[in-house]
Design a protein around this ligand. Structure first.
Ligand SMILES: *Cc1c(COP(=O)(O)O)cnc(C)c1O
Length: 380
């Protein structure tokens, strides 16, 4: 078939462009931005120093192998450096995996409220996205296994999942892996792994080390506070690392990103503070929302999924409009099939307090305020 205009490959017009969380509002007053799971702590001062130093050498191409960063990652986790691949954000690594292994006729599975970058990567390669239902907003291994066919080439799960905040324990991940065909790649997206305290959680390092068909992806965009620099990494079986290295851009990370990432991962004290803060304020936000009569899905990440009442009053959209009038931006989730929920990133103590104050007004406009006696954790 010929056409009188350039035509992209089949599947591409089936993609709904990714819509990020809102980041600005009209006007000049400050905005409380809790819409993209960014950290309230910024980046480690050591990472910022390394970034600034790199500004003196911008005329040179970066090290195409990102070796300094891969070595720093390898030291942090005790990993084989040859199996680590860096990308411009973990989004690039997810795309590379799909580019290398998916094509027309192939299927790839993700879960009902899974990260929307997965269907984009799948359909961009003409493959067929297959959605497995979730149970209680949580990955359901049996539901995934029920969707496996001879065409299934890849299974994506974010663990913990975004936007639900739930996780599945390591024994469930192992059970999933054991039941998948050997030619199917299990992609474990650990973007929020650093935030998890649960003893039965494992991000995927062990499974990658002991199999040929598991890849773990990680990011510097969340707890490391480097979203703007675009740094992610994958831990891969050697054969998959070899394949991805053939198709990636030869200089896919900038030198400032390599330097800042390496400095950031060495500053674990900084990470530990963000981790502890997040746990305390995640509990506080959850409890305060529940006291307002809002359901909150139990989260292990740096965000919570808040469900609004069914009916025409006090819907998630109305809450979002109200919060925006107070210059507070959460994430609407219509595109995640969660139209009556909002996702709130755990921000600073002040940001959490201000958001709960506004949600209180929204839910119960007659309640006297401000409520000075509201119990709040002391840190942060
Ligand atoms: C934020 C996020 C990422 C990270 O993407 P980057 O490209 O590394 O910024 C990956 N997966 C999930 C589920 C996320 O929420």
């Amino acid at each position: 078939m010929t056409s009188d205009q350039p035509t992209p490959k089949p599947g591409i017009f089936d993609i709904d462009p990714y819509v990020p969380g809102k980041s600005t509002l009209p006007g000049t007053q400050t905005v409380i931005k809790l819409s993209s799971n960014e950290t309230p702590f910024g980046a480690s001062p050591k990472a910022i120093t390394a970034y600034k130093l790199a500004a003196n050498e911008l005329q040179f191409y970066p090290d195409g192998a990102s070796l300094e960063l891969r070595q720093a990652i390898s030291e942090r986790y005790g990993l084989n450096v040859d199996r680590i691949l860096c990308g411009a954000g973990s989004d690039e690594l997810l795309s590379l995996l799909a580019n290398a292994y998916l094509g027309p006729g192939d299927e790839a599975i993700y879960t009902k409220h899974g990260f929307l970058v997965y269907p984009i990567a799948i359909m961009a390669n003409g493959a067929t996205p297959v959605v497995a239902h979730e149970t209680n907003f949580t990955t359901d291994v049996d539901a995934i296994l029920a969707k496996v066919s001879p065409q299934t080439k890849m299974v994506f799960i974010a663990n913990p999942n975004n936007p639900t905040g739930t996780y599945i324990p390591f024994d469930e991940v192992q059970r999933l892996h054991k039941s998948l065909p050997k030619h199917t790649i299990l992609v474990l997206d650990g973007a929020y792994a650093e935030y998890v305290y649960a003893n039965d959680y494992e991000a995927g390092i062990e499974l990658v080390a002991s199999s040929n068909n598991v890849v773990m992806t990680r990011t510097f965009s969340k707890i490391y506070g480097l979203a703007s620099l675009r740094i992610g990494w994958a831990y891969c079986p050697p054969a998959i690392a070899d394949v991805l290295n053939r198709i990636r851009g030869p200089f896919n990370l900038s030198a400032p990103a390599i330097k800042a990432g390496a400095a950031a991962i060495k500053d674990q004290q900084f990470v530990e503070e963000a981790r502890a803060h997040t746990r305390i304020w995640r509990q506080w936000v959850t409890k305060q929302c529940q006291d307002l009569g809002l359901n909150v899905t139990p989260s292990v990440g740096n965000f919570v999924l808040i469900h609004f009442p069914d009916g025409r009053q006090r819907t998630a959209h109305q809450a979002d409009d109200f919060l925006i009038s107070k210059r507070i931006v959460l994430r609407r989730l219509d595109s995640y099939h969660l139209a009556n929920a909002l996702r709130m990133t755990i921000g600073s103590a002040d940001e959490c307090r201000a958001t709960l104050e506004a949600l209180t007004q929204f839910m119960d406009p007659d309640r006297p305020r401000p409520d000075e006696n509201r119990s709040a954790p002391q840190n942060g």
